[in-house]
Ligand binder design. Structure first.
Ligand code: AMP
Ligand code: GLY
Length: 422
């Protein structure tokens, strides 16, 4: 089987790495990929959003299955374009991908499906939003409807902060059309976890619960990033919580989506808050998380190519989806300055030594090679070092041994990934 993986991050490297273990897979392409995907796949210089060029490539190369990593092409409708041509592709089509593409769509569907989520109101007029805030209680959460590069959510402590968010999103349009509508919702409290599931439209097969660290600083402080690390298992989210999230959040939303006539197929990611009243859904994503994918795929014992095909064929009930009982930790190594501005093109050394360690994989995020073959930094998050162990402590220790073997100027890592597990 020939597979195309779309995307260029550590998530996509992990997807390529896992697919390459399948005896069914003969060839993997990655578009556009990075220096890490080039070790297990053939990189193809097509942008993840160039849907037409990707379709032409797949038809020309007779690719059997396309697996989409990032949300943007899914929200833009790549699955609809491919399926209209009879091409097999793993991921939700445009309409169900709006679970991530539009907070208003997602909140309304949750409400309709009876999924526990924070009480909310929708506004497309900033004056009405201000009036509402005047009688609201704080803290309160303001969310831009559309995509805002992970910056569209403000947890406002008082009226002034909430009003600033409204002005910036709705009047100054700092997120463009994404902020023309906003959701204002009640602030929930509790630990957060990500529960991802494979979904074929009918059957839901949950993965393990994972916690990620979005903030740049230790102790979960400072600005948000694409994710500085993740780990599993999560103490506050044992199997019973995963079962609860599946039954109360994922199953009902999958049923509601099916009711709209276009079933959800692919990975559905529920970001949940474990409140005193049980799990509440904070958000849905229409894909694997990054860095959650690195943890989930290191622990997945079953064949990913078989699972992806079963999702496309609506036969997910017929294949095993088994996860190891081991622990896994992934630590991101970032460029100095990230998530602000940072240099690129710095030489990376020590990777070979790290890769020799057992139960450890280095998944590349922002890397490239120069003409001489030297590995260079090429992004904010550069690498994610992922290790497993019998216990969390063992996995964590192994991951940081790997991290400490790898060097580039200004490299930044958080040393406290998984602090909640200790
Ligand atoms: P999102 O972009 O939807 O993942 O939201 C980013 C972060 O904002 C979440 O990970 C939560 O920490 C926080 N957040 C979002 N919605 C709420 C809420 N209703 N109550 C408290 N925190 C929230
Ligand atoms: N780790 C969060 C995300 O992928 O959206």
């Amino acid at each position: 089987m020939k597979i195309l993986v779309i995307g260029s991050g550590a998530r996509e490297h992990a997807i390529c790495w896992k697919l390459a273990q399948s005896p069914q897979v003969r060839k993997i392409f990655c578009a556009p990929g990075n220096a890490g995907t080039a070790e297990v796949a053939e990189n193809i210089a097509i942008d993840a959003m160039d849907i037409e060029a990707l379709r032409v490539f797949v038809e020309h190369q007779k690719v059997d299955l396309t697996v989409v990593g990032p949300e943007k092409p899914l929200i833009a409708g790549i699955v609809d374009v491919f399926e209209a041509r009879g091409l097999r592709i793993f991921g939700p089509s445009r309409e169900p991908a709006q679970l991530e593409g539009s907070k208003v769509f997602s909140k309304r569907l949750m409400q309709q499906a009876g999924v526990p989520t924070a009480d909310f109101e929708v506004f497309d007029d900033s004056e009405k939003a201000r009036e509402y805030l005047q009688q609201a209680s704080f803290p309160i959460v303001v969310k831009a409807d559309g995509e805002a590069a992970g910056k569209g959510v403000v947890v406002a402590q008082d009226y002034a902060e909430a009003e600033t968010a409204i002005r910036q999103m709705m009047d100054e349009k700092i997120f463009g059309a994404s902020g023309e509508r906003v959701v204002i919702e009640a602030c929930l409290r509790g630990p957060e976890a990500s529960v991802l599931a494979f979904v074929d439209g009918e059957t839901v097969r949950p993965m393990i619960a994972i916690q990620d660290h979005k903030r740049i600083g230790e102790g979960d402080t400072g600005p948000n990033t694409g994710g500085m690390g993740a780990y599993a298992p999560v103490k506050v989210a044992p199997q019973s919580v995963v079962d609860d999230v599946t039954a109360r959040i994922i199953e009902p939303i999958v049923t509601a989506i099916r009711g709209t006539g276009i079933p959800y197929r692919g990975v559905l990611y529920a970001g949940v808050m474990l409140t005193e009243d049980g799990p509440y859904c904070i958000e849905f994503n229409c894909r694997f998380g990054d860095p959650e994918a690195q943890v989930a795929l290191m622990l997945l014992e079953s064949d990913l190519a078989t699972i992806c095909q079963a999702v496309v064929d609506v036969e997910l009930d017929k294949v095993p989806v088994v996860f190891s009982q081991r622990a896994a930790v992934t630590v991101a190594m970032a460029s100095g300055g990230y998530p602000g501005s940072y240099p690129v093109g710095l030489p990376i050394t020590g990777l070979e030594a790290a890769q020799k360690l057992d139960a450890l994989e280095v998944f590349h995020a922002g890397t490239k090679r120069d003409e001489a073959g030297q590995l260079l930094t090429n992004g904010g998050r550069v690498l994610t070092v992922t290790a497993t162990g019998e216990t969390f402590a063992e996995a964590k220790e192994r991951a940081y041994v790997g991290v400490d073997l790898i060097r580039f100027d200004g490299a930044y890592v958080r040393r406290d990934i998984g602090w909640q597990a200790e």
